[in-house]
Ligand binder design. Structure first.
Ligand SMILES: Cc1cc2nc3c(=O)[nH]c(=O)nc-3n(C[C@H](O)[C@H](O)[C@H](O)COP(=O)(O)OP(=O)(O)OC[C@H]3O[C@@H](n4cnc5c(N)ncnc54)[C@H](O)[C@@H]3O)c2cc1C
Length: 402
């Protein structure tokens, strides 16, 4: 694909990466009445063939243990449910679906039951609909499960399940463009800092242009650490493979399958008339940025047996589709890294979302635009996720990670 040169040589904000998070920041900036600066989004592959965004499972949950993570997903649910209103009542904008069949976090140890009960309290305090269920409760509502070894589960039918995140992505990109945000197909290959080393002054593009900027936003997904290295910043983020399998059941269930997180590490859920399953590999190394090779032994040896064990009706299933995608895996704590760098102060992170960046994109786009426009968060305080915890080796202990 041919690279495109930007129209200007200087922008107020340059966003490196134009997928879900880059486009979220771009749209929220374009929607912020106190920001009227110029925005350039540099995207190395505008077909988006190999980014996390195209490989996502696009689910949201309020079942986190960290309050801000819960609040971010609650904003996501509100944003999806009122999408057209948030998009300025633009009549072209469709209503994305939000299918709230919930996540079903299953426990097979007393210790995990106790963790689930604690997190249920945190979630309920913030208004989430999470309920702790005994095996009898689960059997009553979802009689298709084999509950051997299951001691309890948490489940939430309010604003939790699949949402059509791609519609958000499409419309953020389209409307941001209509409002003057410039997207170019190009790659950021370097950055120039001032002599004090505390500001990025320029970004260099693969096509040779050197573009001045007031703020640079790192929205480069699993490549985030490559981008931050251009400014001399270390980020503990690496690409890790996650596998998704779509299957058809010869005897489908008579109700939605909640996004069930089996103690084996395999998760499964309804996906239209099909079902979706996924899992991390047992051996989970960093992989090459371009390595999307699938491993079908994972389906054969891990996923299928786990599915058939938990739902005996799924003995007879047929694999329809599958893919491998990359998490931007934050090795410190699998949580986002956000906000400006403490020393290189105009370098802003929207990175490291691991498996929950789709649902966090509305809150992160809004908060990052506030930080750029006002120098502070005005709605939800996201400072817990700032870079300082990386240098202090101070991980956020989020108990609910997938
Ligand atoms: C299998 C799988 C399932 C998932 N399921 C869920 C889920 O159910 N719910 C959820 O909330 N999240 C989920 N996620 C996570 C979610 O998809 C990601 O967090 C989100 O898509 C990240 O978006 P992003 O824009 O940060 O990164 P990406 O989508 O990877 O985009 C980064 C972009 O930056 C560009 N780029 C990189 N370097 C440069 C450069 N130097 N110059 C120019 N451009 C550059 C890339 O080309 C890319 O388009 C899942 C992820 C995977 C892989």
């Amino acid at each position: 694909m041919t690279t495109q040169a930007p129209k200007q040589t200087s922008y107020d904000v340059v966003i490196v990466g134009g997928a879900m998070l880059g486009s979220s920041v771009a749209w929220f900036l374009s929607d912020n009445p106190d920001f009227d600066g110029s925005v350039l989004v540099v995207e190395r592959d505008t077909t988006y063939a190999a980014c996390s965004t195209v490989h996502t499972n696009s689910c949201m949950r309020q079942q986190f243990s960290t309050e801000v993570n819960i609040k971010m997903s609650q904003f996501a649910a509100d944003f999806v449910k009122n999408f057209r209103e948030y998009m300025g009542n633009d009549e072209r904008v469709p209503q994305p679906v939000l299918q709230s069949y919930g996540y079903m976090y299953m426990a097979d140890t007393h210790e995990f039951v106790s963790t689930l009960k604690d997190t249920q309290q945190v979630q309920a305090r913030l208004g989430a609909g999470t309920k702790h269920m005994s095996p009898d409760d689960i059997a009553r509502d979802y009689p298709f499960y084999n509950l051997d070894g299951i001691l309890g589960a948490n489940h939430n039918l309010k604003d939790e399940g699949y949402f059509d995140g791609n519609t958000l992505f499409d419309w953020w990109k389209r409307v941001a463009g209509e409002r003057g945000v410039e997207y170019v197909n190009n790659t950021v290959t370097g950055m120039g800092l001032n002599t004090a080393g505390n500001r990025v002054e320029t970004v260099t593009l693969a096509s040779g242009e050197v573009i001045s900027c007031d703020t640079v936003v790192n929205a480069s997904g699993p490549r985030a650490s490559l981008t931050s290295e251009m400014a001399g910043i270390h980020l503990p983020i690496e690409p890790r493979k996650r596998y998704t399998f779509i299957f058809a059941a010869e005897r489908p269930l008579d109700r939605d399958l909640p996004l069930t997180i089996d103690p084996s590490g395999v998760h499964m859920r309804t996906d239209g008339t099909y079902y979706l399953a996924g899992c991390p590999p047992d051996d989970d190394p960093a992989v090459d940025h371009d390595d999307y090779i699938e491993d079908h032994s994972i389906w054969q040896d891990k996923v299928w047996p786990a599915i058939a064990n938990r739902i005996p009706q799924f003995e007879a299933i047929k694999l329809i589709n599958s893919w491998a995608g990359h998490y931007a895996y934050n090795t410190l704590d699998q949580n986002a890294v956000l906000g400006p760098h403490p020393d290189v102060t105009n370098f802003v992170f929207v990175n490291g979302f691991s498996g929950h960046g789709f649902q966090q994109s509305p809150a992160v786009g809004r908060g990052t635009a506030e930080m750029i426009a006002h120098g502070e968060y005005r709605t939800l305080d996201l400072s817990l996720f700032h870079y300082e915890r990386v240098t202090q080796n101070n991980p956020i202990i989020e108990k609910a990670v997938i």
